[in-house]
Every structure is written in structure tokens, then in C-alpha cells.
Design a protein around this ligand. Structure first.
Ligand code: HEC
Length: 181
């Protein structure tokens, strides 16, 4: 019987609360609780497929018309064999950092095929386009066992993506010969 004295007190308290409750403001409007949740907005407003992406806006034509998600998706075909970060090393294929404007087959420590070593050209976006269109016929005998990227839009995208990812500088790529003074 320890709590016998408490019972009347709590009853009084309950009555007092009930009395006060009568003057409480109206309960929360039901519409707030039942309103449908707003759909989650996409994190980054992506350009529609086929539309130029802002990531590529500063690249020279026609690469400024490429679509970023097409490029990133196509790059997935390459990433098992190539890294793009400076100093990240080689995989099955050589590191592609700074590829544009560089002599073919010159990444230190990578064992190129004799066929690619024998080549004497500088990688430009256009050369890469030929290479990716058909790696076998561009440099016969090379060791890049990759069937190529058939669709032109996919090549445009992946080249633009590589330009951004590998530190492309417009000045580094050979431009049209300026007429000698
Ligand atoms: C299965 C592995 C593999 C895949 C996939 C692959 N490559 Fe390669 N890549 C290589 C190898 C190996 C070489 C070196 C070829 C040689 O020495 O003949 C190479 C060479 C290259 C070179 C020349 C590099 C230099 O230093 O001259 C470029 C550029 C290149 N790849 C780009 C790409 C791109 C872009 C893709 C995707 C669209 C791709 N590769 C997919 C293995 C791969």
C-alpha cells in the first residue's frame, strides 16, 4: 500500500491537465501529415543523351558537342586496362595521363608491342578516333586486344572524356603549321 497516497494526487493532476487541454490550440492540420513527399531531385542535372554537356564546353569542336554520360559509359570499356591519373601506373595497357600531344608508345616502364614502338606519330584526338574505330587496322600487330568503339557518338564521347580526364591542353596538341615568316 505504498502508493495509496499518490492516487488522489495523480487524479487531481489528470483533471487539471484535462481542464487546461480545453484551451489548447487546434491540433496540427491533418494536411501536413498526409501531403505526399516531394520526389527526390536528381543530384546533378545531366544533359540528355545526345546533348552537349557543360563538362566539355571548353573543349575544341567537335568535342565540345559530346555528351558526358556517353563518354563516361564508353570509358568503362577501357578502364580495366588503362588508368588516367598522373603517376597511377600501368595496367594491362599504359597509363593515359597526358596522352594528347605525346609521342605514341612512350610511357616509361610499359612494354609496348614492337608494332606500336615502331610508330612515329603524336596522339591527337583525331588519331585516337582512328585507333578506337579499329585498333587492329590502325597499327597492325599492336597488342591492344580490344575490338574498338563502333559508334561515332561513343568515340566522340570517350575522347572528350579522356581530354578532360588526362589533362588535355590545347597548346600541347600539334596545331596547323603556322606559315614561316
Ligand atoms: C584489354 C585491354 C585493353 C582495353 C580494353 C583497352 N586498351 Fe588501350 N591499350 C592496351 C594495350 C595492351 C596497349 C599497348 C598496345 C601495344 O603496345 O601494342 C594499349 C594502348 C593504348 C593507347 C596508346 C598509348 C600510348 O602510350 O601510345 C591508347 C591511346 C589506348 N590504348 C586507348 C584506349 C582506349 C581509349 C580504350 C577504350 C575505348 C582502350 N584503350 C581499351 C590495352 C587495352
Amino acid at each position: 500500500m505504498r502508493f495509496s497516497a499518490a492516487a488522489p494526487l495523480s487524479l487531481i493532476a489528470a483533471l487539471a491537465l484535462a481542464a487546461c487541454g480545453g484551451s489548447d490550440p487546434a491540433p496540427t492540420a491533418p494536411s501536413a501529415a498526409t501531403a505526399p513527399a516531394a520526389p527526390a531531385a536528381p543530384a546533378v542535372p545531366a544533359a540528355a543523351p545526345g546533348e552537349p554537356s557543360p563538362e566539355f564546353a571548353s573543349l575544341p569542336a567537335p568535342y565540345n558537342t559530346a555528351n558526358y554520360s556517353v563518354g563516361a559509359r564508353t570509358w568503362k570499356l577501357c578502364q580495366s586496362c588503362h588508368l588516367t591519373a598522373e603517376g597511377a601506373g600501368n595496367l594491362v595497357g599504359p597509363n593515359l595521363h597526358g596522352i594528347f600531344g605525346r609521342q605514341a608508345a612512350t610511357v616509361e616502364g610499359f612494354a609496348y608491342s614492337p608494332a606500336l614502338l615502331a610508330e612515329d606519330f603524336i596522339w591527337t584526338p583525331e588519331q585516337l578516333d582512328h585507333w578506337l574505330e579499329n585498333p587492329r587496322t590502325f597499327v597492325p600487330g599492336n597488342r591492344m586486344s580490344f575490338s574498338g568503339v563502333r559508334r561515332e557518338a561513343d568515340r566522340l564521347g570517350v575522347i572528350a572524356y579522356l581530354m578532360v580526364e588526362t589533362g588535355y591542353e590545347a597548346d600541347a596538341a600539334p596545331a596547323e603549321e603556322a606559315p614561316a615568316e
